[in-house]
Write a protein that binds this ligand. Structure first.
Ligand SMILES: [Zn+2]
Length: 263
């Protein structure tokens, strides 16, 4: 009997040991990085104004002739200024007028030893597509250490003109996803506080569901859909410069709260 009790006691100890070490691991995982600025100690944000250059993105009869690429550029330019005022280094995947050539991206990627799918790099089509942007972003990350990539878009729904709100995505299977989650949560909190009552749909996508720019990148990468061009009330907000400014304030605040370790 005694031996049985001893064996039971040892098993219980083993169970407790395994349980507590697992619990430790999971709490370790949920801790934000101690130094979100990374090894260089400098915070560099890369902004990507979605679309442009042969790809106008979405539009609708409610956007007064504007296209997604024009709205994303206005938002990106505005957010860049606000982040710079807060002291961050801001880079852009393109400047609204020109984008890096595919041959330049490939040359730099080759020199840095960054792998990419050569057949997806298309110099002929005159489109700076999501995959090329992702490789370009990874090149910049290797060159200057990017701490966050935020790609800004406008949504559209083909079946309904009643869907409203924000949508925000990151790839849960990207190599940086554990870090991304914290800045993602910080941006979401900011949006929830500043746009109370507005729908905010959050996606931590699997590899298959994720947007290209959030998965083929080496740094924390988030794609943000600002509103639905296909819904009259959202289109009205997207055209309103005061509302857009409130939105870029909120994004800048969410980003800052994370990098200043105010979480
Ligand atoms: Zn888009």
């Amino acid at each position: 009997m005694k031996t049985k009790f001893f064996a039971l006691f040892v098993s219980l100890l083993c169970f407790l040991f395994i349980f507590t070490s697992c619990a430790d691991k999971s709490s370790e995982k949920s801790k934000p990085p101690e130094n979100p600025a990374g090894e260089d100690g400098k915070i560099t944000i890369l902004l990507d104004a979605g679309h442009g250059f042969g790809d106008v993105g979405c539009t609708s009869e409610y956007l007064n002739g504007l296209y997604e690429y024009e709205l994303t550029w206005h938002l990106t330019e505005d957010l860049a200024k606000k982040l710079e005022t807060k002291g961050y280094t801001v880079l852009l995947t393109h400047n609204g007028e020109i984008y890096p050539s595919v041959s330049d991206i490939c040359e730099r990627a080759d020199a840095l030893g960054i792998g990419y799918m050569a057949d997806k790099m298309n110099a002929e089509n005159n489109v700076f597509d999501a995959y090329e942007r992702a490789v370009h972003s990874s090149v910049l990350d290797s060159e200057v250490e990017i701490d966050l990539l935020l790609s800004i878009h406008v949504n559209a729904n083909a079946d309904s003109n009643e869907v409203t709100g924000f949508e925000i995505d990151y790839c849960a299977e990207n190599e940086s996803s554990e870090m991304t989650k914290f800045v993602f949560d910080s941006i979401c909190s900011s949006l929830e506080r500043d746009f109370e009552g507005r729908r905010l749909k959050k996606f931590a996508d699997s590899w298959n569901m994720a947007f290209i720019i959030t998965k083929y990148t080496t740094m924390p990468s988030i794609l943000f859909e600002t509103g639905f061009a296909s819904t009259p009330s959202d289109a009205e907000l997207l055209l309103d410069t005061a509302w857009r400014s409130k939105l870029t304030d909120s994004l800048a605040d969410g980003i800052s709260k994370y990098f200043e370790l105010e979480h």
